[in-house]
Structures are given as structure tokens and as C-alpha cells.
Ligand binder design. Structure first.
Ligand code: APR
Length: 229
């Protein structure tokens, strides 16, 4: 089967009711990144950071995948589909995608602040200062904060190097190394971008200037038609 890699960002979850970061009214208009998405912010006020992710985890329990997520699942019958998401929500998995890499971590997981390998799945529950991992260290959100390593980036780059098709959905391509993944995609691979706004991309790519809920279906329909030729 031919390989499709899909790089997604907050925009694919927008129609599910989850705020993006840099759109008007986005999360970074409500909070300072330094306060809630950096190791320094966490050390300065653990309770504030833990509560920020508790609130987002609680919200995640109340929302559903949207048509954008669901269309990508449809593609799995025809292609080897690998989702590489910057999102920390679990909407790709809940829609039924089977191969999902989370570059920036997962809201439903926490880990020891001392040993990053001690990860546990807490679903949509809160954690608090004083909740400890099995090594006795404080539990922290299993999120990649600005300035922290992105453990999955090499795996994602390898997948991009061998993909036949590459789809970008709902990301402003502002944050590296995720945004740099497009440069690993072979020049011969066909690329699409689904986003209602303009996104600066420096390569030949088919732009679908629509929301994910309708735009992803157009790419999926075209790819399915190509697979049936
Ligand atoms: N459908 C598709 N795209 C949409 C929709 C929608 N309904 N609504 C908004 N968008 C697009 C916006 O036009 C924008 O290009 O989604 C993109 C969202 O961009 P950002 O808010 O910057 O989110 P993202 O690119 O995912 O941010 C990357 O930054 O803060 C960090 O770790 C955080 O993973 C995040 C990373």
C-alpha cells in the first residue's frame, strides 16, 4: 500500500470545540506561554500549570471528533496512513485512526517529573500537587513544553522521508521542529494543505482553503479515486 503521512495541528480539532493557539481568541491570547507551557513556568508555579492542563483535560471529555478526523480514518482502507499530530487531544484515536504519533505529548497521560519514562494514563481525571508517581516524584502532565526535547521527531521525519503523499491540516507551521517535517517529504510526493487561512509553505502543494470538516474530505476523495485507478 502507498504511504500517506498527515501532519495535523490545532485547527483539525477546532470544529470539535477545542481552541487553537494563535487564532483570534486562541489559547495564547488567554494565557502566557511562559507561564503554562515551559519548564520554567512549571517550576515557578506547579499548581497553576497542573490546573491549566486539568482544565483542558476536563474539556476533552466533553468534545467529540469531527468530520476532519473521521475522513482521515476512511483513508485507512486504501493507504498506509500515519498521523503525526502536534495536538495533545485524543480525537484522532477516538475517531478510529490506528497509527498516531503525538509530537507534543498527550493530555490523558501524566508522568514522573523525575523519570520521563514513568508514564501513566489517567483519562480525563485531574492531578494535583502532591500526587506522586511510583518513583515518589511529583506527577506532571505528559506534554512537551517549549524548550523540551521532542522524542518522536526522528521517527516522524523517517516516516515523512518515505511517504508517497503528505497532507497538512490545521497548523500555522509556526513551531519547530514539527513545522520542519515538510522538508523531509520527497519532492516527488504530492502534498496538500487544508486550512481556511493562508499558511506560508515553501514547496509545491495543493491548497484547499477550507475548514477541516469539509476540506479533508476533498483530499481523501481524490486519494481514494487515485487508488482505484
Ligand atoms: N480547520 C482547519 N484549520 C483551521 C481551522 C479549521 N476549522 N480553524 C483554524 N485553523 C487553522 C488556523 O488557520 C491555523 O493555521 O489551524 C491553524 C492553527 O494554528 P495554531 O493555533 O498555531 O496551532 P498549531 O499550528 O497546532 O500550533 C503548533 O504550538 O503552542 C504550540 O504545542 C502547541 O502544538 C502546538 C503548536
Amino acid at each position: 500500500m502507498k504511504k500517506v503521512v498527515v501532519l495535523t495541528g490545532a485547527g483539525i480539532s477546532a470544529e470539535s470545540g477545542i481552541s487553537t493557539f494563535r487564532d483570534a481568541g486562541g489559547l495564547w491570547e488567554q494565557y502566557r506561554v511562559e507561564d503554562v507551557a515551559t519548564p520554567e513556568g512549571y517550576l515557578k508555579d506547579k499548581a497553576l500549570v497542573i490546573d491549566f492542563y486539568n482544565q483542558r483535560r476536563r474539556q476533552l471529555a466533553t468534545v467529540e471528533p469531527n468530520e476532519g478526523h473521521r475522513q482521515l480514518v476512511r483513508l485507512e482502507k486504501y493507504y498506509d496512513v500515519q498521523i503525526v499530530t502536534q495536538n495533545v487531544d485524543n480525537l484522532h484515536e477516538r475517531a478510529g485512526s490506528t497509527n498516531v504519533i503525538h509530537l507534543h505529548g498527550e493530555l490523558t497521560k501524566v508522568r514522573s517529573e523525575r523519570n520521563p519514562r514513568l508514564i501513566s494514563d489517567i483519562g480525563y481525571k485531574d492531578i494535583h500537587v502532591g500526587d506522586l508517581a511510583e518513583d515518589g516524584a511529583q506527577l506532571r502532565p505528559h506534554i512537551v513544553w517549549f524548550g523540551e526535547a521532542v522524542p518522536e521527531i526522528e521517527n516522524a521525519a523517517n516516516l515523512c522521508e518515505t511517504c508517497d503523499y503528505f497532507i497538512v491540516v490545521g497548523t500555522s507551521m509556526n513551531v519547530y521542529p514539527a513545522a520542519g517535517l515538510i522538508h523531509y517529504v520527497p519532492r516527488s510526493s504530492r502534498c496538500w494543505l487544508v486550512d481556511p487561512n493562508a499558511v506560508p509553505i515553501s514547496r509545491d502543494i495543493t491548497i484547499i482553503k477550507e475548514k477541516a470538516g469539509t476540506g479533508v474530505k476533498k483530499v481523501v476523495d481524490e486519494l481514494i479515486a487515485m487508488s482505484e485507478k
